[in-house]
Ligand binder design. Structure first.
Ligand code: AMX
Length: 434
């Protein structure tokens, strides 16, 4: 049975001539034009990035390698006795575009198990940090400290051909991804459980081992699998993916690049929104001494937040124009496993009330919930009540997508990213007002 790396190389060789032809024969064909509003407005909607890992349709939501979330979950081999697929099989799928068989998946599981041990100095570095440091800062630092292990940097320094760069990028990415769950769980148990790390179980798959190292019983293993897959990729323009690819485009290795992506994810308009959602919801419950508010009370709270100039966390999206299917997938899980959970009932009520309030408010182009609107609720239900930790979970999932992207970036020889900037004077000249 060919290894994942061999299958990937075959795919790379198939794709390379497509890039060469597009560049050579059609390089001057226009994909898009850029307006002043787009230049000032965060490059919204400008088609200028390339990725085959996932695509985000504003009306339909994300497709991983052409498959919707439901199709992805249905197609991939599942962990025996579990309702969700192996994360390792999803990694195979994102990298190659092919749904792996159970045997191919188990081969990756084994490969990842062998890559799993985290160098001891990473844990020592984490222990030396102040315990009240935000866990995202800890994660980012741990990843960059592990840069010492980078094969890509070592082999680049030894001198290697451009066409081979994907190979050590693949090795670094697999090592990093296999180790991230142990690092994330270590941070959790260091910060919130009195420094009581639980060693990895070498027999378990990535999701199962993460639940084990967190010290949380099933079905949290399925929560981990679902959560990591859902958060993996959302095409390439979002801050964490774009940052990782941008940094990697300077031929920085996977450790430097992903650490930078983690920093981007820590912003409240991006990954940190999941901690903000729970903070916001619980703020309301506290005001009501733990009582579930009525719909009217919730609407009034939404207005209070909006009128004080703050955003409603977990609602709106830069690209999506409907309810995020990643929100719906988590809702399905909640309906099955925690339909009576108090916070979940509140999230459901919010889903009923918030879109109308946001529409009436009239600013957000998309009044519907995004992935972050209820992910914290599931984590809270299984005992992770430290909501500042939620974005770390997002980051472990996001690693799958961004690392797949940077392997392909090197495989297809994508160059250093270097968009052009203009001055306000220049824009006024173009607008004819100067
Ligand atoms: N609450 C209040 N106002 C909102 C809003 C929300 N949830 N979503 C958008 N708006 C406002 C914007 O702040 C903007 O106001 P401005 O004109 O005064 O600057 C206006 O509506 C237009 O924004 P937009 O084009 O609809 O969205 P955007 O592309 O500028 O921003 C996003 C997208 C996600 C940053 C924004 O919807 C937001 O701040 N949402 C809340 C935070 C959040 O949930 N982030 C997580 C997103 C998913 C993820 O990356 N994890």
């Amino acid at each position: 049975m060919p290894r994942l790396k061999d299958v990937l190389f075959k795919k790379i060789e198939e794709q390379r001539p497509r890039v060469t032809r597009l560049l050579k024969e059609f390089g001057r064909v226009e994909l898009d034009r850029v307006s002043i509003a787009q230049a000032i407005g965060g490059v919204r909607g400008v088609k200028c990035l390339v990725s085959d890992i996932s695509y985000l349709d504003p009306e339909e939501g994300v497709r991983f390698r052409g498959k919707t979330i439901a199709e992805t979950f249905a197609a991939l081999p599942r962990v025996p006795g579990s309702e969700y697929p192996f994360v390792e099989g999803f990694w195979y799928f994102l990298l190659t575009g092919e749904v792996p068989t159970m045997d191919q998946t188990l081969q990756v599981v084994k490969d990842f198990q062998a890559r799993r041990p985290v160098p001891g100095y990473v844990f020592e570095a984490l222990r030396a940090m102040p315990r009240d440091l935000h866990p995202m800062a800890m994660l980012s630092a741990a990843v960059v400290v592990m840069q010492r292990e980078s094969l890509f940097s070592r082999r680049y320094n030894e001198g290697m051909s451009k066409g081979d760069l994907w190979d050590p990028m693949y090795e670094d990415s697999c090592n990093l991804l296999a180790r991230l769950p142990a690092i994330a769980a270590f941070i959790y148990r260091l910060k919130y459980k009195g420094d009581t790390p639980i060693p990895s179980d070498p027999e378990l798959d990535l999701g199962g081992d993460f639940a084990h190292m967190m010290g949380i019983a099933p079905p949290y293993d399925d929560v981990a699998r679902m959560y990591f897959i859902l958060h993996s990729d959302h095409e390439s323009g979002n801050v964490s993916t774009h940052t990782t690819r941008l940094v990697a485009s300077a031929l920085a290795d996977a450790y430097y690049s992903f650490s930078a992506g983690v920093n981007g994810l820590s912003g409240p308009l991006h990954g940190l929104a999941n901690q903000e959602v729970l903070r916001w919801i619980q703020g309301k419950m506290e005001k009501l001494d733990g009582r579930i508010p009525t719909e009217e009370e919730l609407a009034a709270y939404l207005w209070e937040t909006l009128n004080s100039g703050q955003v409603i966390p977990g609602y709106g999206h830069a690209v999506l124009r409907r309810t995020d299917p990643r929100f719906e997938a988590q809702m399905e899980f909640c309906e099955k496993y925690l339909p009576d959970d108090k916070l979940y009932r509140l999230v459901k009520m919010l889903y009923k009330v918030a879109p109308n309030v946001l529409r009436e408010h009239g600013k957000a182009r998309n009044p519907w919930p995004n992935v972050d609107a209820q992910s914290g609720v599931i984590q809270w239900h299984y005992g992770i009540t430290q909501y500042e930790y939620y974005t770390v979970l997002f980051a472990v999932g996001r690693a799958i997508g961004v690392l797949a992207n940077i392997i392909w970036d090197r495989a297809l020889g994508y160059p250093l990213e270097r968009p052009k900037s203009v001055t306000l004077d220049m824009m006024e000249d173009v607008a004819g007002i100067r």
